[in-house]
Design a protein around this ligand. Structure first.
Ligand SMILES: C[S@@+](CC[C@H](N)C(=O)[O-])C[C@H]1O[C@@H](n2cnc3c(N)ncnc32)[C@H](O)[C@@H]1O
Length: 449
């Protein structure tokens, strides 16, 4: 591309829709040009009739207009410049500028990517060297950026193009990271409503439909009461803890800490009655060789152990322990980081441990915040291990989960080919569960990736 620097009349320059939109700091630039003159020429394409199309330098041109200048130095590109060449000029002028806003950068990079795609006749058909087509990797190489960066920017620019609501939401963010968070949150809401519609319309594979139906929205007591007596092989209960979770647990989920507001707690003064009522139903549902797994807060050790015994189950006085390699505390000045949670395991007269000789500690990391949907979520991998400890995986094993929260126990049971049923009174947790159900398939549901 030959390009000559010329002095051209400002009135002959046509300004079309361009990537740069924000001329907010134009005052400063105008002042600089007034004092020092224009150091960097603008770029234009020659049109017929002595006119020029602006390719790059919109802010500089606007500043010169404010100074009522009649002419401006410009690099003049020939009229046969292709659209891709034009974009290349604009890119080379703009892409390294520090003052390009976040949104202008996304838009510009996407425009370049789209143009190169169009010129190459579409996306790359294979990863083989020299394969026809154009890929995000090619654009990344061209712009000297990482594939991940370009993929993210193109995705964000596309989202802004496709929806006015997204454009509005994304135009408020200041970093790529925040933009991704906004996009993820919006996508979750859209996916959840689409999933619901698909289920209602019946367009769902059976394996997913069964799992979705296994998670019931409603009261755990009523749900468990409706189950046939002595039909449950494993009853995994992780009830509200009777402690003020909002103050005692610093929890971050992928959807943010606001998730915690849907978490329903039980008052300390009502807790022993709550546990007694729960166990009176639970004990009648366990099969003759069944196991109860009941998570508890250590301050209720004695009360809960006694309640389990009063309802006719044989409970081991040494609980099972989930050991978390990384502890948590929101008061490091006075409290050590808490590294464990405990569960009682209790049985009927004929129950036998499946994996005999297993240790009573289960060493598993917490679910990483970016994958977390529930403040008290147990990792699927650990629950699988616990379920297999107590029952041999098969479709004959029925697992009931009265306070199923994230639904991870249902996913763990599905991974093992067991039949799960659960209840939680939060629609929000069910929505998050449904998304994970449709995104995978047993035996591949995971918490760590
Ligand atoms: C400790 S969390 C369970 C977390 C779960 N183990 C997991 O891995 O995600 C307790 C759950 O019980 C639910 N809940 C509280 N009271 C309930 C009730 N009466 N009926 C149904 N669900 C209830 C809360 O919404 C919360 O999700």
């Amino acid at each position: 591309m030959s390009n000559l620097v010329d002095i051209i009349k400002i009135s002959n320059i046509i300004v079309a829709d361009r990537a740069r939109e924000d001329y907010a700091d134009i005052k400063d630039l105008t002042e600089k040009i007034r004092v020092r003159g224009l150091i960097q020429p603008i770029a234009v394409k020659e049109l017929s009739g002595g006119k020029y199309l602006l390719l790059a330098g919109g802010r500089r041109l606007a500043a010169c207009k404010r100074l009522v200048m009649e002419t401006i130095p410009a690099r003049v590109f020939p009229g046969d410049l292709t659209e891709v060449d034009e974009k290349e000029v604009e890119l080379s002028e703009n892409i390294d500028r520090k003052d390009l806003s976040l949104h202008e950068r996304w838009k510009l990079e996407k425009a370049i990517h789209d143009l190169y795609m169009a010129r190459a006749g579409g996306p790359k058909v294979s990863k083989a060297p020299g394969a026809p087509g154009h890929s995000l990797r090619d654009t990344a190489k061209l712009l000297g950026k990482s594939h991940q960066q370009i993929a993210t920017h193109v995705m964000l620019a596309t989202a802004m193009e496709e929806s006015p609501e997204m454009k509005q939401a994304l135009s408020r963010v200041k970093t790529d990271k925040d933009a991704i968070k906004v996009l993820r949150a919006a996508n979750k809401i859209i996916e959840a409503s689409e999933n619901r519609k698909r289920v209602e319309a019946g367009y769902i594979p059976k394996v997913h439909k069964d799992l979705m139906e296994a998670f019931n929205i409603g009261d755990a007591f009523e749900g468990l009461s409706s189950v046939e007596d002595k039909s449950i092989n494993i009853l995994e209960i992780d009830p509200p803890y009777g402690i003020d979770l909002l103050h005692n647990k610093k929890s971050q989920t992928s959807a943010g800490v606001q998730n915690i507001t849907t978490y329903e707690e039980v008052e300390e003064s009502d807790y022993s009655e709550f546990i007694d009522r729960l166990l009176s139903i639970a004990s009648t549902k366990l099969s003759e060789d069944g196991w109860l797994i009941l998570w508890f807060a250590v301050q209720y050790y004695e009360m809960i152990k006694t309640a389990i015994e009063n309802h006719g189950l044989i409970v081991c006085r040494t609980p099972g322990i989930w050991v978390k390699p990384q502890g948590q505390t929101n008061r490091p000045d006075t409290l050590l980081a808490s590294c464990y949670e405990s569960f009682f395991y209790a049985r009927k007269a004929n129950s036998k441990i499946n994996k005999q000789g297993m240790k009573n500690t289960f060493l598993y990391n917490m679910v990483p915040p970016q994958f977390k949907v529930h403040p008290a979520e147990r990792p699927i991998e650990m629950i699988e291990c616990i379920l297999q400890t107590f029952a041999n995986p098969s479709s004959k094993i029925k697992v009931a989960v009265p306070f199923c929260g994230s639904g991870n126990t249902l996913l763990a049971a599905a991974n093992l080919g067991m039949i799960g049923i659960g209840w939680d009174n939060s629609q929000q947790y069910k929505d998050a569960f449904v998304q994970r159900v449709v995104a995978g398939k047993p035996p591949n549901y995971k918490s760590y990736s």
